[in-house]
Design a protein around this ligand. Structure first.
Ligand code: FAD
Length: 476
């Protein structure tokens, strides 16, 4: 599709020189996310500065039948922010104000383009947090987090983004502005339209502003990070169950990485792992239930490691200690342990273009799912890098091999069916937290029934009859 000069001039007149991206290289950058599977081909890229400008651009697009791709921090891993078919990219990055924080109501009002980490920092000044936390927070936008219903490392404790959004301002495909739910904690007046826009990847509306629900930051001295070497996922799940039973602390994060990930990240970061060589590792973050919680934590860890008594509370993280478990002990070591987990994605990307799967199954299915998956992939001669949010039943499965390079630019890989059939057989989801976008669209049927897909289609047609907002995303 090519946009007319009349249309482009009219859009330029709305956003002005500051809101218009004319450099072709920059246009390409704005027209894609972290995935590199599609060639970016936008008809134009705009960066409006106000909701009124968004409305005017949307109305012009409706008049000229030009589709729109809403764009946030472009850290998405599903191709949701990709414009590969002549769409107009509408970036929210100039609408990045953190308007206000209300410590009484525990809310923050922000524009959609506010960077997630900047919101964290402003909330922390008031002793508050917006508890959606993950490695891309330095670039992702609040609007992108809401549009993808982002998860991250603390879902186990706080749930996903959906739980932390009170109000939303949304621009519809007709160019109307909806202000949904305001800052009300309670409102049972029928359909909760706000939730229609959470996790629907910009296919139904453009989020321009939000009221976020906040909660208190943990008290100083109440958080600790522990890392264990385990004999695999089965043992990691035993630890999870035991940790949930403790009354000294609550689990905030329970992450897993297999040996391949641990070796890769330690090699890339030039740091030896502080623990013994093992088939898998757990990184857990816990929060004390009361001020005198630490003895309870130590007692619990020692009991949990009964069969592996080698535990060190203040390890030298750059040395290979051969231990079974370590407790970080201070903030710097906490960050160093988290880096081993959080930088896996970046280390994988540096090795090549991995084929990525972001799957989840009910926790009770995890051991049999993991065993079946490894068996299917072994038959294809593939050794996966597996890591993720084990406590949520969410694993990121990454494949790097000569085959995945050969298939990097293609929409399909021979392993897709092996992964997705195994997911389906274990009542799982083909996208736990990254969304569907372009990349998972053709695999939606492994998780959603034909009736559900048809209902989603009908909702899309009702809200966006001309199919202008992010066409071709989510629905096959
Ligand atoms: P984008 O990539 O710009 O867009 C994502 C989707 O949202 C697109 O469909 C886009 O059209 C739509 N969109 C963006 N802004 C708006 C808006 N204002 N209105 C309507 N639609 C909009 N995700 C997790 O959930 N958990 C993780 O632990 C996690 N870890 C990650 C680690 C790394 C290293 C990376 C690179 C990514 C990770 N992600 C993770 C994925 C990604 O960061 C999240 O999906 C994030 O929420 C995307 O936000 P964004 O602003 O970058 O959105």
């Amino acid at each position: 599709m090519s946009a007319s000069a009349e249309f482009l001039n009219a859009v330029h007149a709305v956003v002005g020189a500051t809101g218009w991206v004319s450099d072709v290289g920059e246009q390409r950058d704005y027209a894609r996310d972290w995935t590199r599977q599609h060639e970016p081909r936008p008809c134009a890229v705009v960066r409006p500065g106000t909701t009124d400008e968004v409305v005017s651009v949307v109305r012009l697009c409706a008049d000229h039948q030009v589709p729109i791709v809403p764009s946030g921090g472009r850290t998405g891993l599903a191709g949701g922010a990709v414009a590969a078919a002549g769409e107009l990219v509408l970036s929210l990055e100039r609408m990045n104000a953190i308007v206000s924080i209300d410590p009484l109501a525990c809310t923050a009002e922000v524009q959609a383009g506010a960077i997630t980490e900047a919101v964290h920092q402003r909330c922390a000044e008031q002793g508050l947090q917006w508890p959606i936390d993950f490695a891309a927070k330095g670039s992702s936008h609040i609007g992108g987090n809401i549009a993808t219903n982002a998860g991250g490392i603390h879902v186990l404790r706080y749930g996903s983004t959906r739980n932390w959004v009170l109000g939303l301002e949304v621009v519809t495909p007709e160019g109307q502005v909806l202000w949904l739910n305001d800052a009300r904690e309670k409102d049972n007046t029928g359909l909760d339209l706000r939730q229609l826009y959470v996790g629907t990847e910009g296919t139904l509306g453009i989020i321009t502003r939000a009221i976020l629900r906040l909660c208190p930051l943990p008290r100083p001295g109440r958080r600790e990070v522990i890392m264990w070497a385990t004999n695999g996922m089965g043992e990691a799940l035993d630890l999870l169950q035991a940790a949930r039973a403790s009354d000294a602390f609550e689990l905030c994060a329970f992450e897993y990485m297999n040996q391949a990930c641990a070796r890769l990240v330690s090699q890339r970061l030039g740091r030896s792992l502080p623990l013994r060589d093992a088939p898998g590792y757990v990184v857990a973050e816990v929060e004390g239930a009361h001020d005198a919680w630490r003895p309870g934590l130590l007692e619990w860890v020692e009991t949990a490691l009964d069969e592996h008594p080698a535990l060190n509370e203040h390890p030298a993280l750059n040395e290979h200690t051969g231990l079974d478990g370590i407790i970080a002990g201070d903030p710097e070591k906490r960050r160093a342990i988290w880096a081993l987990r959080e930088r896996i994605g970046e280390c994988l990307a540096a090795r090549g273009q991995p084929r990525k799967y972001d799957v989840s199954v009910p926790l009770s299915e995890l051991p049999s799912f993991a065993a079946a998956l490894e068996q299917r992939l072994r038959r294809l001669n593939l050794a996966p890098y597996i890591f993720g949010h084990l406590g949520d039943g969410n694993l990121h499965v990454n494949l790097i091999d000569s085959d995945s390079k050969a298939h990097a630019g293609s929409e399909h890989h021979p392993a897709d069916h092996a992964v997705y059939e195994t997911v389906q057989a274990h009542r799982g989801s083909i996208s736990a937290e990254h969304g569907v976008g372009l990349l998972k669209r053709d695999h939606l049927h492994f998780t959603r029934s034909p009736e559900e897909i048809e209902l989603m289609r009908r909702i899309k047609r009702a809200v966006d009859p001309a199919n202008l907002f992010n066409p071709g995303k989510i629905l096959p």
